[in-house]
Design a protein around this ligand. Sequence first.
Ligand code: C5P
Length: 329
Amino acid sequence: MHWTNDLIFLCMLDKYLISMHNARMSHAQRARTSSDVCFVRAYAKINLTLDVLGRRADGYHDLATVMQTVDLYDTICLTATEDSQVQLACTKPELSNDDNLVVQAAHLVRQRLAIRQGVLIELHKHIPMAAGLGGGSSDAAAVILALQQWWRLHLSLSDLLDMATSLGSDVPFFLTGGLALCEGRGERVTALAPYWPRSMRWLLLLKPAISISTAAVFRNLPASDYSDDTHSRAVSRALNAGQTPQLEDLHNSFERSVLGRYPEVARAKGDLLQAGAPFVRLSGTGPTLYAPFSELANAQKVQEQLQSQGYEVYLSRAIHPNVVDVNVY
Ligand code: C5P
C-alpha cells in the first residue's frame, strides 16, 4: 500500500478503534498492512457422500456429507482502493454483480469490524458455476480468510464460522477445506485425517452443459430418497482408519432424482462408464459427476475420449491445503 493509502486506512481503523464500545469488540483490531495487493486461491470440492436426512422447520435440510477439496481453483486478487466501496470484476460477466458471495463476504467482514477501507475484488473463475463443486462458497470463504490475513484482523474461530454460515451452508467447510464430515445444514464441520485412497488418486470431473439450482434440487427431492447418516459415518470411519471406503457407501441422496430429471446428466454418466471409468458419482446437487482412477494414464485416456465427445472434463486430485493459500504483495 502506498503511504498515503496506508495513512488513510490506518486513520479509518483508528476511528473504528475509538468508536468501539461493546465488550465483544473490545479486543484491539490492529489491521495494519504495508501491502495493497493480496491473492488467494479458492479450491473446489467433491462430495464423497451426501446423505439428506430430512427437511427441517426452517426450510433447510439436515445433512451428513463427506467433502474433500480438489485442486481445481478460482484465483482471487484483492486490491485496496481509495474509496470505501467493494467492487467486483469477474471473468464471467454474469457473476460480476453485488449478489456474488465474494462481495457479500467482503461487506460482512467490513461491517463486523466497522472497517471502511475500499477493496476491488478480481475473480478469475475456473470452477464451473452452479455445478455442485462449491465454487461460490469457496470463493466467499477465501475472501474472509484473505481479508483476515491481509488486514491482520483479530477474528475468532466463532466469528469466522458465524460469518461463513450466514453466507451459505457450504462456506464453513471451505474455511479449512481438506477432508471433513459436515452435518446440520452443512455448517457443523468435523475434520477427518487427511487420508485419500490409492484407488482414487486421480479424479475426472465432468460438468454436463447444464446448470442446476441447488434450491430446486432440494425442493424436488422426494422423501423416499432421504437416508440416515449411515453412509457418511461408514466412509468417515474408513477414511479415519486409513482404509478405502466401501463402494456402496459412496452414496448421494440426490443422484437418483437428478439423473431422472436431467437426461444430460444420465447420458454423461453412461458415457463415462462406457469410456472405462470404474465408477461414477454425482457431486453435491450436481450436475458435475466425478470418477476416480488409480492410474494417471487411464484417467487421461478417459478424459481424452470424453473431450472428443464434446464434454467439459477436468483431471484433478484431492488436495489438503495446510495453510491458507494467501499471497500478500
Ligand atoms: O445455504 P445455501 O444458501 O447454499 O443453500 C441454497 C439452498 O439450498 C437453500 O436456499 C435451500 O433451499 C437449499 N438447502 C437446503 N438444506 C441445506 C442446504 C441448502 O435445503 N442443508
